[in-house]
Design a protein. Sequence first.
Length: 132
Amino acid sequence: GLEHQAVILYREAMKIALKPAWDLDRARNADSQCLEWITRASHNQARACLVVNGFVDEVLKCAQMACDLDESNVESWHVLAEVQLKRKDTAGELQALESLFALPVDEASPVKLQNERRELGLRLQKLRRELG
């Protein structure tokens, strides 16, 4: 279906564009637009892989790469937490959520994002109780 096609297209885009974007980022002394593109592409690829079964290793790799590239990107940590939830890795999900909540809160974020953060906070509390 379309989700499978999206996974393939993201994979191809990353093969083609990752190295030039990375080289451009280095040439510009860490231009945030290139890093942002690489990070966004990585977590979008992970989200696409989440809905298609059979891409578990690729999903984790993409989500982790997005977090490694920009540790201050809230959305990347959120995607990694989703991936770990789907993988049933509660310790990994807990770690991703703790990393997300260690970041500063953007008080100007849209209400939808604030509500998601509250829901994630409840999930974090639940995981902490479960893992003691």
